[in-house]
Design a protein around this ligand. Structure first.
Ligand code: ADP
Ligand code: MG
Length: 247
């Protein structure tokens, strides 16, 4: 009885001190200590290790949530035999995360359903497990948010959200042409991340057609100049996985 009361009291104190990891395992660790011959120092060490582990797990989960991936798929889920124009070795090299050290950008070009988003998500997940911060967004969502942020004067804060992550994925460039303001906003993001952080862009349009999306030759040249200076362009020339596997 006394033991139960003191267990509750300890758990309350752990809550007050925000030591959720220790609280979770306290009962189990106490039983373990009672059964085996665990020393005081060992007991305390195990309990502290539980707290560290729990904090690391929570941090990982929060970073994952903050990345806003549209789905959770890895390199291991990608069927390279279906898309032979993609060099598996090249993707595996990217999956080491070295491109983040050299602040290299990645551009996936290919028709819809060829796996551009899948590979971007997979590289994003790898970057997270390497302890990097990642943010995934469609290009349209980013430009929309930046555009709206002007109305409530939160532009400076909002753009930071796209400048800060070690890896920014901008998905789906190329369905519709952009307004001059949006082209300017995209240029701002690319130029300010240039040689500081890596960016992945996916597009269903070849680079040679981008001036049709941006409607501004000078800005297109300036943007491509920064984007492509350190960039791995991966062109996927194949069929849609969705169409092939629709049954
Ligand atoms: P894209 O972004 O190029 O339009 P996605 O990456 O969204 O294409 O791929 C469409 C769907 O098909 C996704 O569910 C993706 O996981 C799957 N997919 C595409 N290519 C492959 C592949 N080679 N192996 C396994 N799944 C694939
Ligand atoms: Mg896509």
């Amino acid at each position: 009885m006394t033991d139960d009361v003191s267990l509750l009291a300890i758990q309350k104190r752990l809550t007050a001190l925000k030591l959720a990891g220790m609280k979770k395992t306290l009962e189990m660790r106490l039983q373990q200590a009672g059964g085996d011959a665990v020393s005081y120092t060992e007991f305390l060490s195990l309990l502290l290790e539980d707290e560290i582990q729990n904090r690391q797990d929570n941090k990982r989960k929060n970073l994952f949530r903050a990345a806003h991936f549209p789905f959770e798929k890895g390199i291991e889920d990608f069927d390279f035999t279906f898309q032979p124009s993609i060099k598996k070795r090249e993707i595996l090299e990217l999956a080491t995360g070295n491109f983040l050290q050299t602040t290299t950008n990645i551009l996936f070009i290919g028709q819809p359903g060829t796996g551009k988003t899948h590979l971007s998500v997979a590289l994003g997940i790898r970057a997270l497990t390497l302890g990097k911060t990642v943010s995934f967004t469609t290009l349209w969502d980013m430009l929309d948010i930046l555009n709206q942020s002007r109305a409530d004067y939160s532009y400076a804060k909002k753009i930071q959200g796209y400048l800060k992550p070690d890896l920014l994925v901008l998905d789906e460039l190329g369905y519709k042409s952009l307004s001059p303001q949006s082209v300017q906003d995209l240029f701002e993001v690319i130029a300010r991340r240039y040689e500081k952080k890596s960016t992945i862009i996916t597009s269903n349009r070849n680079i040679s057609e981008w001036d049709k999306i941006f409607l501004d030759k000078t800005l297109t040249t300036a943007l491509l100049d920064r984007l492509l200076h350190h960039c791995q362009v991966i062109e996927i020339k194949g069929e849609s996985y969705r169409v092939k596997h629709k049954n």
